[in-house]
Ligand binder design. Structure first.
Ligand SMILES: [Zn+2]
Length: 239
């Protein structure tokens, strides 16, 4: 089955545990025996710069990787430091947040993202926000941006991360009293968020340069950390 390498870690002298995101089984850990031997021909393609096809057999403790073949390479990415950083941040995020979720659309979204990083010389920093926003929607946390999540009013000026979407003035007052974090949001920001949901990454990447509204990052970052129940570093800050 097709897979992307998320991370590798050493076990014993020549072996490693490789964490993959696969198209059929979601995130899995597999034991790659002998992968650190100089003669291992598989070592080079067990990296996020390749889309690979893998097979494995179930082991008592840990399933074992049996074959790995290259399907596609993201080799242009290897000379683009800015895009490598974005790739590393995204794989780390998926590695931390994902457990057993397996959804073909998540896998396809990840491949679309890596192809974008490979094919576009310049990727707007905010495209990572778009990728994360779409990913969280697939995980079941789709930000509501059309109507107040509490009363259905179309006149909205705020967004509550805990309630999962925009709220009207009246409902915002109630939510704030309840201790929810509420951010202001304007019409242009909602229009841009809708585009981020609807358009392919490649298309939105080209328009972000002109249209980007920085407050959207704060909204998306807070939305994501609230709905992932664990601390995540702010990907908008350069580390
Ligand atoms: Zn309302």
């Amino acid at each position: 089955m097709q897979a992307i390498v998320l991370s590798r870690r050493d076990v014993r002298e020549y072996d490693q545990i490789v964490t993959f995101y696969t198209c059929e089984d979601g995130k899995i850990d597999l034991l790659a025996k002998g992968i650190k031997k100089i003669t291992s021909k598989n070592a080079a393609i067990l990296s996020p710069f390749f889309l690979v096809d893998i097979d494995y057999v179930g082991g008592k403790d840990l399933p074992r990787l049996t074959t790995v073949q290259q399907v596609e390479t993201f080799d242009r990415l290897s000379s683009n430091l800015a895009n490598i950083k974005l790739m590393a941040k995204s794989l780390d995020l998926i590695n931390r947040v994902f457990r057993q979720e397996h959804d073909r659309k998540i896998f396809d979204g990840l491949v679309e993202w890596l192809r974008l990083l490979n094919n576009e010389a310049e990727v707007h920093q905010a495209i990572f926000d778009t990728f994360v926003l779409k990913l969280w929607a697939l995980l079941g946390f789709k930000m509501v941006i059309e109507r107040c999540v509490s009363c259905g009013s179309v006149s909205v000026e705020n967004i509550s991360v805990a309630s999962g979407g925009v709220v009207c003035k009246m409902c915002a007052v109630v939510k704030k009293k309840d201790g929810e974090i509420v951010f202001p949001i304007n019409k242009s920001e909602r229009v841009l968020l809708r585009k981020m949901f609807e358009q392919p990454l490649k298309v939105i990447n080209r328009s972000l340069k002109l249209e980007w509204l920085p407050d959207i990052h704060t909204i998306i970052y807070n939305f994501v950390i609230f709905h992932s129940h664990q601390p995540l570093a702010d990907w908008g800050k350069d580390s």
